[in-house]
Design a protein around this ligand. Sequence first.
Ligand code: NAP
Ligand code: MG
Length: 402
Amino acid sequence: MEKIRMSTPLVEMDGDEMTRVIWHMIKEKLLLPYIDLKTEYYDLSLKHRDETNDQVTMDSAYAAQRLGVAVKCATITPNGQRVTEYNLKQMWKSPNGTIRAILDGTVFRAPVLVKGITSCVINWKKPIILARHAYGDIYRNVEYRVPGKGLAEICFTDEDGHETRLPIHQFKGPGVIRGMHNTDESILSFAHSCFRYALDCKQDLWFSTKDTISKTYDHHFKDIFSDLYENIYKADFEKAGITYFYTLIDDAVARVIRSEGGFIWALKNYDGDVMSDMLATAFSSLAMMTSVLVSPHGQYEYEAAHGTVTRHYYRYLKGEETSTNPVATIFAWTGALSKRGELDGIPELCKFSAALEAATVATIESGKMTKDLVPLFEGEAQSLSTEAFLDAIAQGLSARLD
Ligand code: NAP
Ligand code: MG
């Protein structure tokens, strides 16, 4: 069989530990036999980030801007312990944070559903895609431990030196305060990404905040979404037969639980952080959660939602057999290849990606899976090593492509 040719390279961002091991197995067993894989390769392993003073991370993000589609392996975000373990020059920032800061945009997370692993929420029949705003709020806050009696205020000084002051609280004793912010620019790009993604995958878009309590901050998010919808996206939504729906977050949580899924749920940074773990666990596990960063300029970066699975890697280094789940990483590749196919007009790439996704799901449904899924599976389940599981998928894929 002739290999599928690509016209534009994918930006390949290699990573760390167990996921790096899996990364190369996926390429060798599932991709290279069928695709004349063209990638612009960036090694984002911690060692190489350190060697390049993290320049490689920035270069990879600029490459994603230039080429439009990237696929990223999980990477270590160093902490104190990693600085010692890898003898680092400094505690480099989170690569995902760096890439997000360059590309801007929104992270969309969706579970991979398989028959035999039912969600804890029995009425969920279709995936719920979560869109998390990835800038500001408590993740960029300034906090202060109030030592005792005193007045806490918000003070804004404009360019001309004018001060606007608002009292927060007259403390009668010790306590805590926090200041946080967001910008119109970032909220606008979040909203654009959500509306575009909804149109891309033809699904309803829900958005929820706590605007009843936060009458300026959260309400501003609500207003920006509503303005964009009314003035830019409404006609396209109506044409696509999808809806935009705003509701208070309390009401949204209740509706999400009662729904059958099949929509995109956009959330502010903290709400998205918490709810994505809830959704991943309720649907099955983090190892089955895919993730894509969509920039407001139409660039895409696909990855798995989980980390580098360190505990498994240390066992792998000792020569022990590991059973790490590669599904989210496979879907990062299929997402990226399929998007490349769509942008470059190469339907074979989209067909291949669909076949690989179907083969992956079918392998699990046939009872072959990694160890983490076994307790969740309703039928007879066989626990395989990562490599044996990938071999089983490769067999299914080859049968499908024949
Ligand atoms: P993790 O790598 O997601 O793993 C946490 C635990 O979840 C694992 O020990 C394992 O549980 C289970 N797990 C996660 N993914 C799995 C998979 N594919 N197959 C089977 N089990 C899986 O999170 P972490 O241990 O907190 O972080 C490890 C490193 O990853 C850190 O250095 C962190 O900075 C980095 N990280 C990177 C990203 C990213 O690049 N996007 C995201 C998060 C974390 P058991 O051990 O019980 O089997
Ligand atoms: Mg979290």
